[in-house]
Design a protein around this ligand. Structure first.
Ligand code: SAM
Length: 190
């Protein structure tokens, strides 16, 4: 396939804005794959802030980050992404280059713990206000589970209302695939 799949496209978007020395956010660290990806992009002089509500996610991510010798450039918070503004030092507000949300449940984890529309939207609002101009939020939306379908509808309703003078909002989706494939919403601060 020549078209980018969902996860490769999400990464391509982040590579556009997250560079050596950047500040980035992994809003749902889970097993830590995106944290490692971002930590490589920001290099030694940048930093990644990660959030998750599950101790297991913190442990898995810390282990993966350590395995790749990237520990010094990451800060992992055992708390919800809806606390992003209060967690990230004020001097870095307005300087975040990129953020990723991989919504849904932890793969190989407790499927009853899922991201929720209200807190996801709160986090998107907060992180948007932390972005530098041109900074990006990339959301990968999984809607094959019941809560995910509700989250998808609420998020789409929310992002469609974002004033086009403040942000570019993109949807990237395969529209002829069966079984509710994930899709991307990307929000660029103008
Ligand atoms: N990006 C991860 C990876 O590379 O492995 C996968 C993330 S997984 C699909 C979704 C994660 O969101 C779960 O680990 C879950 O615990 C977490 N989560 C649920 N509610 C959250 C919240 N309010 N704030 C931050 N993380 C949350």
């Amino acid at each position: 396939m020549n078209l980018d799949g969902i996860l490769p496209f999400a990464r391509k978007l982040l590579e556009k804005t997250v560079k050596e020395g950047s500040l980035a956010i992994d809003a749902t660290i889970g097993n830590g794959h995106d944290t490692v990806f971002l930590a490589r992009l920001v290099g030694e002089s940048g930093h990644v802030f990660g959030f998750d509500v599950q101790q297991q996610a913190l442990e898995r991510t810390a282990a993966l980050v350590e395995e790749h010798s990237l520990t010094g450039r990451t800060t992992l918070f055992h708390r919800g992404h809806e606390q992003a503004s209060a967690s990230i030092p004020e001097k870095w507000h307005g300087r975040i280059s990129g953020a990723i949300f991989n919504l849904g449940y932890l793969p190989k984890g407790d499927k009853s713990i899922v991201t929720k529309p209200e807190t996801t939207i709160q986090a998107v609002e907060q992180i948007f206000s932390l972005l530098q101009p041109g900074g990006l939020i990339v959301l990968v939306i999984y809607h094959g589970h019941a809560e995910g379908a509700v989250e998808k509808d609420k998020l789409l309703a929310y992002v469609k209302e974002i004033d086009q003078k403040t942000a570019h909002v993109l949807q990237y989706q395969f529209i002829n695939q069966v079984n509710h494939p994930p899709f991307i919403i990307a929000i660029e601060r103008r």
